[in-house]
Design a protein around this ligand. Structure first.
Ligand SMILES: C[S@@+](CC[C@H](N)C(=O)[O-])C[C@H]1O[C@@H](n2cnc3c(N)ncnc32)[C@H](O)[C@@H]1O
Length: 228
């Protein structure tokens, strides 16, 4: 087995998305805090392999554009879009969230799970505002650190805070990383004689350990805002 196929086979065996889907209940909770919109245009910023993107397609009858810089993640998402029969209303675009050149007022909702930190909470709010239609919504899932600062600053960037909620402190650990760790341990046994595979598994285990020893550091919250 060459190293490219080891990596591909392992990634599909690990199937991180299967565990990521356990956090979809929070995506649903945030979406249900929005008023009912007819066929909303939704931009999913930093969509990755699209676990929330597909959930948004199930929750709405809207048109969704997922953007990300990683083509392999978009390829994965494109496969899911086709499988789920969403090809007519869910599309992906490879671009950086620093360079989203959509026309002003293109979207009813901007959705950003785990991606606003890349540009920074304040800069993201400031720069993405022009993309929202009047009274459009920005929903962000971000780390909980400095939450009170963030809440205070939202109005100064031209939004009204409609709602916000924290995930249970250990949600990322109990619902995602702990079950993922069990899968990684099984694969360690299976691939114990494959040094290439063991290297990849170790990388995953290192990421898991960072959360395992510090679950509270990874607490997060949803912020539901409306353009004012
Ligand atoms: C933590 S993941 C979140 C993925 C997905 N939203 C989710 O919740 O499962 C962050 C995503 O941001 C993407 N990303 C990183 N830098 C980016 C950039 N400059 N522009 C667009 N996407 C970026 C990564 O490729 C990754 O898919």
């Amino acid at each position: 087995m060459n190293s490219e196929s080891t990596s591909k086979d392992l990634l599909s065996e690990i199937n991180q998305d299967h565990f990521r889907e356990r956090l979809n209940k929070y995506t649903r909770k945030a979406f249900q805090m929005l008023p009912k919109l007819e066929k909303p245009r939704i931009l999913d910023v930093g969509c990755g392999s699209g676990v929330p993107t597909i959930e948004l397609a199930k929750l709405s009858d809207g048109e969704i554009i997922g953007i990300d810089i990683k083509q392999s993640s978009l390829d994965e998402l494109n496969g899911k879009i086709e499988e789920e029969g969403f090809s007519s209303r869910v599309k992906t675009v490879k671009c950086s969230l620093f360079e989203m050149d959509f026309p002003d007022e293109s979207f009813d909702i901007i959705w950003a799970e785990g991606s606003i930190w890349i540009i920074g909470f304040e800069k993201g709010l400031k720069e993405w505002r022009r993309l929202l239609k009047p009274n459009g919504f920005l929903v962000v899932h971000d780390e909980i650190k400095t939450v009170s600062n963030k809440l205070k600053k939202i109005p100064s960037y031209g939004y009204k805070l409609m709602n916000h909620f924290s995930l249970p402190e250990d949600a990322h650990w109990t619902e995602y990383y702990r079950p993922l760790e069990i899968r990684i341990k099984e694969l360690y046994m299976k691939y114990k004689n494959n040094s290439e595979a063991l290297k990849i598994l170790k990388k995953h285990q290192n990421e898991i350990d960072m959360v395992k020893w510090n679950p509270k550091e990874h607490s997060s919250a949803f912020y539901i805002m409306q353009k004012s």
